[in-house]
Design a protein around this ligand. Structure first.
Ligand code: AMP
Length: 249
């Protein structure tokens, strides 16, 4: 079974981001980018399925500007066999990404497409679901466990108040949640070997996908600052504050 994994470069989660003065978005210029954390988990899962003998080739795909190359090389260093860069400088919104992935699926015929449950920059949580809709394939979102079975795969999902296990036939789309696995580090020898793995380049135009944005960001704001805490002298003072200041009693 071939696995296609979608990886997106995002501003590194350890970098403190700032909202642009005009509220049009967040500043990204000059910031360190790294692979979306949920996509790292998706790549790790693909590699584990391959190591178990449940998967053959792993193909990593990234859609966007040159920063995608670093994420693709990282995926290759972790264990993907080959990469596809869909080069575009315009913003790649979820529907356009899903259409591009659907086109690549038509060419590559994977048995499983793995994505992150959400990209931590736009927080859309849409691409996997849209891709499954476009392909009319079964989907298992927010996967915390993937188990190959004789008929396909079982996907355990974290839902409110418990776990839900779905049996999916293949081909299918699965999106990775945080507890699916702990991604490995890319070793230096594997980073060197990754440089020799095949990396193809294409464009949305070559794939016949229109990148016109469907979503318009109206305004981005910093969250309200939290007020500093105070240490109260005793329980009576605490109750007084809860009753008269916080008004929660
Ligand atoms: P989103 O729907 O934007 O929250 O993204 C969900 C998942 O779709 C991500 O975790 C990635 O696996 C995939 N994805 C989104 N945008 C891209 C992109 N530009 N290139 C590759 N994969 C992407």
């Amino acid at each position: 079974m071939k696995i296609l994994v979608a990886v997106k470069p995002v501003v590194d989660p350890n970098v403190k981001i700032r909202v642009k003065p005009d509220g049009a978005g967040v500043e990204t210029a000059g910031l360190k980018l790294s692979m979306n954390p949920f996509d790292e988990i998706a790549v790790e899962e693909a590699v584990r399925l391959k190591e178990k003998g449940s998967a053959g080739e792993i193909v990593a795909v990234s859609i966007g500007a040159a920063a995608c190359l670093e994420s693709l090389r990282f995926a290759l260093a972790i264990g993907a066999d080959r990469a596809i860069h869909v080069k575009c400088d315009e913003e790649a919104q979820p529907l356009a990404v899903a259409k591009i992935l659907a086109r690549i699926v038509a060419d590559e015929a994977p048995g499983l497409v793995l994505l992150g449950k959400q990209a931590i920059d736009d927080d859309c949580n849409q691409t996997g679901q849209m891709l499954a809709g476009l392909l009319d394939w079964p989907q298992g979102t927010f996967a915390s466990k993937i188990e190959p079975t004789a008929e396909g795969i079982e996907v355990t999902r974290e839902i409110d108040g418990g776990l839900e296990t779905l049996a999916l036939t293949l081909p299918a789309v699965v999106t990775a949640d945080l507890r699916l696995n702990t991604p490995r580090y890319a070793s230096l020898p594997n980073i060197m070997k990754a440089k020799k793995k095949p990396l193809a380049t294409t464009t949305p135009a070559e794939l016949g996908v229109d990148m016109a944005p469907r979503l318009v960001t109206l305004k981005v704001e910093e969250p309200a600052r939290r007020e500093a805490g105070v240490i109260v002298a005793n329980v009576a003072a605490l109750i007084e504050k809860l009753r008269n200041e916080a008004k929660v009693l």
